[in-house]
Design a protein around this ligand. Structure first.
Ligand SMILES: [Zn+2]
Length: 288
């Protein structure tokens, strides 16, 4: 799968996570934070494309190496979540300072004590409950990348080292390479883009009207977002299971037929996007 497809799957996971928070009336993370971390985690295993030895089968230096394993994703999730959480604490030091001033003057003018506890506010992003749940969802989003790489052709790597550092006969065990889908799929791309385009306004509406407080609307609303995004992910799984990759030429022809059936505007965007991505892909692979 291409990075945009992986990213959009991460966004679908983010919408599900955000809606779960809404159902359970939790307000632990902002949507921006969930969107950023889960989107990033869904594409970050492909960071090994830039190591410079794209076709190497050594999992430490080649593409589809250690970052394409559960261990690699767990380490990456830790790095990403710790970095973002520390950045949040850093930002909260400044906003906390203003809250402190507000509290101070409020007490001076009205004589009432404010309820805001500044230290608790500042360190909230690193409190264990918030931190570990976020880590879990970052891991789930990263694992979606691994899952989506399994049905692709084995290529030179013969799959991905899902259970790294597991070895068999001196070689790292690799999984996948099922040859069900090719490197990119236009149907998957547009279905996911449509799901994100519909879910995003729904999320913004829920924030704008603070739906979490109106339970009889909030619960069905968030359940609907979960069912919609879950349904899209289920459709992708079923669609992939029904596909068969029989070489690059046939796959490109199949994709060309799909593109031909698209409405003109979408067809033009698709063709432009595909040209850009093929050129980036060739650069990464070291072609001139
Ligand atoms: Zn990958």
């Amino acid at each position: 799968m291409t990075p945009p497809e992986h990213f959009l799957i991460g966004i679908s996971c983010a919408n599900i996570f955000y809606s779960l928070m809404g159902i359970f009336r939790k307000n632990w993370y902002t949507y921006i934070k969930i969107f950023f971390i889960m989107g990033l985690m869904a594409i970050i295993p492909d960071i090994d494309s830039f190591y410079g030895v794209y076709t190497s089968t050594d999992p430490m230096i080649g593409h589809r190496g250690v970052t394409h394993s559960f261990l690699g994703v767990a380490v990456l999730a830790c790095i990403v979540v710790v970095s973002i959480s520390l950045l949040s604490v850093f930002i909260r030091v400044f906003t906390g300072y203003w809250k402190y001033l507000l509290k101070y003057f409020h007490k001076k003018v009205t004589g009432e004590k404010s309820e805001v506890i500044i230290l608790k506010y500042v360190i909230a992003p690193i409190s264990p409950k918030h931190f570990f749940l976020f880590l879990l969802f970052a891991f789930i989003s990263g694992s979606s990348h691994l899952l989506c790489d399994l049905p692709q052709p084995p290529s030179v790597w013969k799959g991905i080292p899902l259970f790294f550092p597991m070895k068999d006969g001196g070689q790292f065990v690799r999984n996948g390479g099922w040859s069900l889908i090719g490197w990119y799929d236009i149907k998957i791309m547009w279905i996911l883009a449509g799901a994100a385009a519909l879910s995003l306004p729904a999320v913004i509406i829920s924030r704008f009207f603070d739906l979490v407080r109106v339970r009889f609307i909030a619960i069905p609303f968030f359940v609907l977002i979960i069912l919609f995004n879950g349904g899209v992910l289920y459709w992708i799984g079923k669609y992939i299971a029904g596909c068969r990759y029989e070489g690059e030429l046939k796959w490109n022809q199949y994709q060309a037929n799909v593109i031909d059936e698209l409405p003109v505007e979408i067809k033009n965007i698709t063709l432009k996007g595909r040209t850009i991505f093929i050129s980036i892909f060739r650069q990464v692979q070291g072609y001139k």
